[in-house]
Design a protein around this ligand. Sequence first.
Ligand code: AP5
Length: 202
Amino acid sequence: MDTEENTFNVPIIWVLGGPGSGKGTQCDKIVAKYGFTHLSSGDLLRAEVASGSPRGKDLSDTMAKGALVPMEVVLDLLREAMLKAEKPSGFLIDGYPREKIQGIQFESTIAAVDVVLFFDCSEDTLTSRLLGRAASSGRVDDNEETIKKRLITFNTFNNEIVEHYEPKLKKINAERHPDDIFAEVIQYLDPLVQKAAAAVAQ
Ligand code: AP5
């Protein structure tokens, strides 16, 4: 399949940002307002690990090192979840792409993205948020050593994504109150939803 269009005919939004930038927090708000299907690459991977499947076995070690799991695994999980969604009104793909090539593969084998939200945050803020969450999250990667590695991974690959998707990218200051951040997010998503509704009405 070679997709230059969004063949799902609903908005597709990628959500980028460093570890702890608030991707999940903002996705919860977006789902509450717009009812989109939220697919977090990290959650899909953690569910795969928890399932005990052969595919999940190697993933935990990679995630505990703060590194990226193989691209094909994430892409397969996302594709399967998108195809399973019942009457989706839009897809929020959270934590994807992590490298430019992931984005290119998604668009050539699944569908074109409409908007890329990038939650921008300083390393100090990211680190203090994740350390604050560590006591309750139970995540293997919420510890000081792995957080440093997650930041290195993010800094290594994120710029190439931001440059490549610049025409569709909305860079958002994520060092504000979650409600203030969301007020900006709405400005980018309302027009998408209106456009999708108008297309259905035609
Ligand atoms: P993933 O699960 O995606 O983790 P992450 O990117 O490190 O992000 P987090 O989930 O930790 O944070 P978040 O940005 O969602 O912030 P949150 O809202 O929780 O990925 C985990 C691992 O899986 C990766 O390291 C990799 O190994 C693998 N992986 C995932 N995707 C992959 C891919 N595509 N390819 C290959 N490998 C992949 O908020 C964090 C904290 O901050 C919370 O306590 C929250 O309450 C607080 N907070 C949020 N917003 C604010 C705010 N505005 N002000 C103050 N506090 C705030």
